[in-house]
Design a protein around this ligand. Structure first.
Ligand code: AMP
Length: 564
């Protein structure tokens, strides 16, 4: 029996959702459908994507909407174009058997086209705040008959800077409307908007902190700042065949991590707000089609992405808000599958982890970064898993194509094939130290900012050294010249006991406190007997030239010149 029948929704709606396979209302739908059908109060609903919230507000509204009127009655505001398209698609599906028109309006697409669509008199508009304002300014929207206003992902709209737009729209719509605010988190800004624009709202909360999914295993790994990327690489290698999102805190960190993975040969890409809409679309499409299997993303950018089969979520950096942790982790373990959430924790973040654990009541267990041997073992397992689960792309293989292998035992053949398949990885981990052994002691709790900065620099140097090593493996092909870098001649060398770390220090000092407070990107460093060369980001050229000459190294004057 379809349990939606108890909701008293009209047969047209029940038929449409029945065809979509909805059998019973989700938790939020159980609460909002009767409320919206019978109450005139505003509503604040704390709910995340994936809880069925689109149907939660649109089904009861569709039940009450006047389909004989051709005026806009429902306006849904949401933060991104992807969400806008998703919501309007869902509403169109739900109203399939009704005389209702829904139009989506969002930025990055022709406004003229959208204005033409508005001429067809939709009763429902789903839009992003910026584009709705543009259309209001062009007098293309008549909001005089709006009954319901939905703010979907209100927290996200506010954190994306749509505050003014929201306030304008809220005040442009009739006072008599009923407003429903949906948000994954409740923060000060959301509270403020609801206080100013909602009247005595009824509150409901589902699917958040107390409803942590049980089928997700939570793990954390303690690593120092300088080892984070290497640790990430090991976690990825130790979990073959994964389809995962790696969450970072900032756009810059996201790009850095994605670059690191791509340079190391992984099918990964970055998704963050510095990319254009077209670039974001391309990345999301590649990820959905599994052309890439690792997506490195910021929390905001990942919201527009609807994928159900993630095997892992990796928190490269911990979020401040425990709810965000739950939300991120909940991207895996969907559709009845198991999921794994792994967090990289810096030693000084143990307090933050404790807070997350106690606020969310999630059991998060410590694990150690896998060793090279454990990784190879996992990879062997991964090869077999793939061999026996991926049948789709197999082709009919003619046995006559296989040469005579009777001189080998089965075991020898399997051994050879595995060696062949995993050679590069085994070589990489051959002499690598065990990161778990180096688990940082309490001393690291004092790990100062300065140390972290130095480690970061050392990391950069080390990554580059490794890259160079790899270049050699590639047959000694020279590295591509980086147009963004300037190469300097430096008057000190090995005879002056100059080390790479010293050069990093000197460059950092010479470029510190620049206009943007940004750190200078440092390229190749080559220390020769009597002099050296180094590369620094172009925009810091003048700082290097003018500052180095007033500095001393072990009592010696320093001089840098642009090298030819
Ligand atoms: P949402 O939270 O609106 O993004 O919905 C998440 C997913 O759940 C969407 O793919 C919906 O089509 C689906 N969905 C919503 N309500 C139900 C339901 N009652 N039964 C089954 N699936 C649903």
């Amino acid at each position: 029996m379809n349990l939606f029948t108890e909701t008293n929704l009209s047969p047209d709606i029940l038929k449409a959702i029945g065809e979509l396979g909805y059998e019973s209302p989700t938790e939020i739908q159980k609460q909002t459908i009767p409320f919206i059908l019978s109450d005139i109060r505003d509503l604040i609903a704390l709910a995340q994507t994936g809880t069925g919230k689109t149907a939660a507000f649109s089904l009861p509204i569709l039940d009450m909407i006047d389909d004989t009127s051709r005026k806009i009655q429902l306006l849904v505001l949401c933060p991104t174009r992807e969400l806008c398209l998703q919501i309007s698609k869902d509403i169109k599906n739900y109203s399939k058997y009704m005389d209702i028109k829904t139009t989506a309006v969002y930025g990055g697409s022709s406004i003229v086209e959208q204005m033409r669509s508005l001429k067809e008199k939709p009763q429902i508009i789903v839009g992003t705040p910026g584009r709705v304002i543009d259309l209001i300014n062009r007098k293309a929207l008549d909001f005089s008959a709006i009954h319901w206003l939905v703010l979907d992902e209100a927290d996200e709209m506010l954190s994306m800077g749509f505050k003014d737009e929201l306030e304008t729209i809220l005040s442009e719509t009739p006072e008599t409307k009923q407003t429903f605010l949906f948000s994954a988190t409740m923060n000060k800004e959301v509270e403020r908007i609801s206080k100013n624009y909602l009247t005595k709202p009824h509150r409901i909360s589902v699917g958040s902190i107390n409803e942590v999914k049980k089928n997700i295993t939570h793990e954390y790994y303690v690593v120092g700042y300088r080892q984070k990327k290497e640790a990430l690489k090991r976690l990825i290698d130790a979990n073959p065949n994964q389809y995962s999102i790696i969450f970072c805190r900032t756009r810059m960190e996201t790009q850095e991590v994605a670059d690191f993975l791509m340079q190391n040969g992984y099918a990964a890409d970055a998704l963050h707000g510095d990319l254009s809409q077209a670039q974001r679309d391309t990345v999301m499409k590649k990820f959905r089609l599994k052309n890439i299997d690792i997506l490195v993303a910021t929390d905001v950018a990942a919201r527009g992405l609807d994928v159900n089969s993630l095997t892992h979520v990796i928190h490269f950096s911990l979020p401040d808000d425990p709810e965000v942790f739950v939300h991120r982790s909940g991207r895996t373990g969907r559709a009845g599958k198991d999921g794994i959430s792994m967090a990289l924790i810096k030693p000084e973040e143990s307090r933050k982890l404790k807070q997350i654990k106690s606020a969310t009541k999630i059991e998060i267990n410590e694990r150690f970064i896998p060793t090279g041997d454990q990784i190879i073992k996992a990879q062997v397992g991964g090869v077999f898993e793939k061999l026996f689960t991926e049948h789709e792309d197999l082709f009919e293989f003619d046995d006559s194509l296989i040469p005579d292998l009777s001189n080998f035992t089965k075991e020898e053949l399997v051994h050879q094939l595995l060696q062949f398949q995993l050679k590069d990885l085994a070589l990489y981990y051959k002499d690598k130290h065990d990161l778990a052994e180096q688990k940082l002691s309490s001393r690291d709790d004092d790990y100062s900012r300065r140390d972290r900065g130095r480690d970061r620099d050392r990391d950069r140097g080390r990554d580059r050294d490794r890259d160079r090593g790899r270049d050699r493996d590639r047959g000694g092909k020279p590295r591509r010249k980086d147009e963004n870098m300037v190469r300097f001649f430096f008057n000190l060398g090995k005879k002056d006991h100059l080390k790479k770390l010293d050069v990093l220090d000197i460059i950092n000092k010479a470029t510190a406190g620049g206009k943007t407070k940004k750190r200078a990107e440092i390229g190749d460093i080559e220390i020769l007997e009597k002099f050296s060369f180094f590369e620094v980001e172009k925009s810091f050229k003048d700082n290097v030239l003018s500052n180095i000459q007033s500095m001393k190294f072990k009592g010696k004057d320093m001089r840098a010149e642009v090298a030819n």
